[in-house]
Design a binder for this molecule. Structure first.
Ligand code: ATP
Ligand code: MG
Length: 558
């Protein structure tokens, strides 16, 4: 049934079986974010799974449903960002956009049904008391003194809860299940609470709000979801999911299936923690390019194709694990290596004057946009007497294996000429401020007609043509592979995760760099224009990732 290259995990096998046995003729999945923060890389796994299945099987759809039952933490800003992120990843929910809040009236009716059938009651214990009565993993809970209220009294109280007769937090509606259950979630869980908070969609229409565990199965069932895919922490909630649907007159009973969440080394994936980074000003916002949010990594230059590839490679399993961030970078490099146009940019410039080149002459040299892919074409790069090269490409006293520039040494300027360093100019403090070189006119394009071997090739820009740019180099946000393992994750923030270079010079074509496109600055890494901080006369480039792939070293089996 599935397309050939789709990874065939245990969930897809279940779906295959359900189709083969005729249990289902169409498959419906959903991605159900709570709009209380921005989506992160972990959500990408869930999106690729749910929407991926919808794309692979012929009679399938995937719903985007906002689980918006907690108005104190949810905002329209998050809803908009989540939609943009899902679209950016390459998925489309079509007409299937839903909100749990669309079901508030139905959820309320179902709650009355539970009361009428003796399966729910209004409880006046305080939050602390409920917790205390709940018992522990080793001790059973105790029944609430309000548990045996009559159906009439419960109905009356619940209706008055809705009508706003009682203060916030004074009463709750609870399911009547089993206070001695080995599963704490089954010890009379709260279904509704009183909360006077304005909701982004329903405004002030409600002062009682349903709890997640009650809302989720009903929303799934009302939408005709067949397979409700969620992360492992909901395994213990499955009995409650099933109990809820078993006690309500809804014909549909989706199957909840749990899979392992994505954990990534050097990364935190929890909206609560990411919100803390934002709130405490450790990053510039949810879309800071160091953030593992989809908006952050998009701004950083990650591509949706790389993310989808990553999600396919990590697969879907039942066991929690930590994926090496190097694998994500590897998928990214593979995509960028193939697709990013090559350009020249000097991050830390050193002036270089070609003394035997005429002062007002400008040569136009042909450079390839992608050396391995001629189809990407060529461009013209101006060459003149005054150039800039990378400071790191010159050493006054170079070791033998340094194949770049040194006094009296020759090097190739990419796409241009062979030059030789004749003289070093220093300022009073002894800092090198200029190199004086000669060029060999017979080597135009970088060829050596006499066959002499030039090992090093370095990049450069023409001083009078180059575009000044700000370049932002990013390193990991955390110093530890598992920032969540011990103590406070805020303690292991990497103080050097952002380095700003504000004197970079890029070749003139980059004056027209396009937002959303990826470029390889030759020998430096992959970069993209920062779509937020770039100004007309002030381009800002983000380094997406360096060129060096450490994944091969980390894991030779992939
Ligand atoms: P967080 O812990 O970051 O707050 P969440 O699970 O509360 O995440 P939701 O908005 O409720 O966030 O998640 C929407 C969907 O995304 C859920 O089905 C959830 O299981 C899934 N999801 C969240 N985090 C991950 C993750 N790290 N890996 C895989 N799926 C995830
Ligand atoms: Mg959640």
């Amino acid at each position: 049934m599935t397309t050939e290259n789709a990874s065939h995990d245990f969930i897809r096998k279940i779906i295959d079986d359900d189709l083969a046995t005729g249990k289902h003729t169409e498959i419906v999945t959903r991605f159900p974010p709570e709009p209380n923060g921005y989506l992160h890389i972990g959500h990408a796994k869930s999106i690729c799974l749910n929407f991926g299945i919808a794309a692979e099987y012929p009679t399938t759809r995937c719903h985007l449903r906002f689980d918006d039952t907690n108005p104190t933490k949810e905002e329209q800003e998050y809803i908009d960002a989540i939609k943009a992120d899902v679209r950016w990843l390459g998925f489309d929910w079509g007409d299937n956009l839903f909100h749990a809040s669309d079901y508030f009236e139905k959820l309320y009716e179902f709650a009355e049904h539970l009361i009428t059938t003796g399966h729910a009651y209004v409880c006046d214990l305080t939050g602390d008391e409920i917790r205390e009565y709940r018992g522990t993993l080793t001790e059973p809970g105790r029944e609430s003194p309000y548990r045996n209220r009559s159906v009439e009294e419960n109905l009356d109280l619940f209706r008055r809860m809705r009508a706003g007769d009682f203060p916030d937090g004074s009463r709750v509606l609870r399911a009547k299940i089993d206070m001695t259950s080995g599963n704490i979630n089954m010890r009379d869980p709260v279904l509704y609470r009183i909360l006077r908070a304005s909701h982004p969609r329903t405004g002030d229409a409600w002062c009682i709000y349903p709890m997640y565990d009650y809302t989720h199965p009903i929303s799934d069932a009302l939408e005709g979801i067949t397979h409700s895919l969620c992360t492992l922490e909901f395994e213990d909630h499955r009995p409650l999911y099933d109990w809820t649907l078993n006690h309500l007159p809804i014909p549909c009973h989706p199957r909840q299936i749990e899979f392992a969440r994505l954990n990534l080394s050097y990364t935190v994936v929890s909206k609560r923690k990411l919100l803390r980074l934002v709130k405490e000003g450790k990053v510039s916002g949810w879309d800071d390019p160091r953030m593992p949010t989809l908006s952050g990594i998009r701004r950083r230059g990650f591509t949706p194709a790389a993310l989808r590839d990553f999600c396919t490679r990590i697969g879907v399993a039942k066991k929690d694990s930590i994926v090496e961030v190097e694998l994500l970078e590897h998928c990214l490099r593979e995509d960028l290596n193939e697709n990013a146009a090559r350009v020249m940019g000097v991050l830390e410039p050193l002036k270089l004057v070609i003394t035997n080149y005429p002062e007002d002459e400008v040569d136009s040299l042909t450079a390839q946009n992608h050396p391995q892919n001629p189809e990407m074409g060529t461009r013209q790069v101006p060459f003149s007497r005054e150039l800039y090269i990378e400071q790191a490409d010159f050493m006054e006293d170079p070791p033998k294996k340094f194949f770049r520039l040194g006094p009296g040494r020759e090097v190739r300027l990419r796409y241009a000429y062979i030059i030789k360093c004749e003289e070093i100019i220093k300022d009073e403090a002894g800092t090198i401020i200029e190199l004086r070189c000669t060029y060999d006119p017979a080597t135009r394009g970088g060829d050596t007609p006499d066959g002499r071997k030039i090992k090093g090739t370095i990049h450069w820009v023409s001083a009078q043509h180059a575009v000044r740019a700000e370049v932002r180099l990013y390193d990991r946000l955390f110093r530890q592979a598992d920032p969540e393992s011990e103590g406070d994750f805020m303690e292991c923030l990497n103080p050097d995760s952002l380095q700003i270079l504000d004197h970079a010079l890029v070749e003139p074509s980059m004056g027209m760099a396009e937002p959303g496109r990826n470029y390889q600055f030759e020998r430096q890494g992959y970069f993209c224009l920062d779509n937020k901080d770039t100004q007309p006369a002030h381009p800002v480039f983000n380094r997406t990732v360096t060129l060096r792939d450490t994944w091969a070293k980390v894991n030779k089996t992939v």
